[in-house]
Write a protein of this length. Structure first.
Length: 207
């Protein structure tokens, strides 16, 4: 009887011993995959898509326009103003209360200055401030005219500052408590008045 049982059981153990053993790494990977698959997923929130905002139009053409220190003034598009005070002394640039701008190329020089003149109603004194008595001379009568809400004093000049720009003009006006002055050196006698007119058409300031 024992021999009979041994003959039956022995092949079973031999078969079990010869069966392939499971790979522990594969079992680990399978367990990890099953765990990840069992993690509940959440429905993502819908992405809110707003309609594109169209760009707004610039209210005015910035070409040939300088705006800073609470005022704007026009200039030829071929040149641009820069802060002359900051160029001469970086520690003391122009400010709202006073300053100097200059723009130039080989055919034109334009200077703009301003200062606090609280209490003044006439800016004609600024003509003497902006004109250099060593090189500038009046070449015509002082003309007073109104452009918009500005009362402007203008005088044509000649200059020896540079031989290529012997002509020009100087102007002065008030805006609020500030007095402004403008000067140009030009190659032609009648060019300065036209440049001033174009500059003041774009001029505005915070009083």
């Amino acid at each position: 009887m024992k021999r009979y049982l041994i003959c039956i059981v022995l092949p079973f153990f031999l078969f079990a011993a010869c069966a392939p053993k499971p790979n522990p790494d594969a079992q680990i990977q399978l367990a990890v995959a099953q765990t990840v698959a069992a993690i509940p997923t959440y429905t993502p929130y819908p992405t809110l898509r707003l309609p594109p905002i169209p760009p707004t139009a610039t209210p005015m053409n910035l070409s040939g326009l300088f705006c800073e220190y609470q005022f704007c003034i026009g200039h030829p598009v071929s040149i641009a103003f820069f802060d002359l005070d900051a160029q001469q002394n970086p520690q003391a640039p122009s400010s709202i209360s006073q300053g100097k701008l200059v723009a130039y190329d080989p055919t034109l020089v334009i200077l703009v200055i301003w200062l606090d003149a609280t209490g003044a109603s006439d800016a004609s004194f600024m003509l003497d401030t902006i004109m250099d008595s060593k090189v500038d001379s009046r070449s015509g009568d002082l003309k007073a005219f109104q452009l918009g809400n500005l009362n402007v004093d203008y005088v044509p000049i000649t200059s020896t500052a540079t031989s290529s720009l012997p002509y020009g003009g100087a102007a002065a006006w008030m805006c609020g408590s500030r007095a402004f002055a403008w000067k140009a050196y030009t190659p032609q006698a009648d060019l300065a008045a036209n440049l001033l007119n174009e500059a003041l058409k774009k001029f505005n300031c915070t009083p």
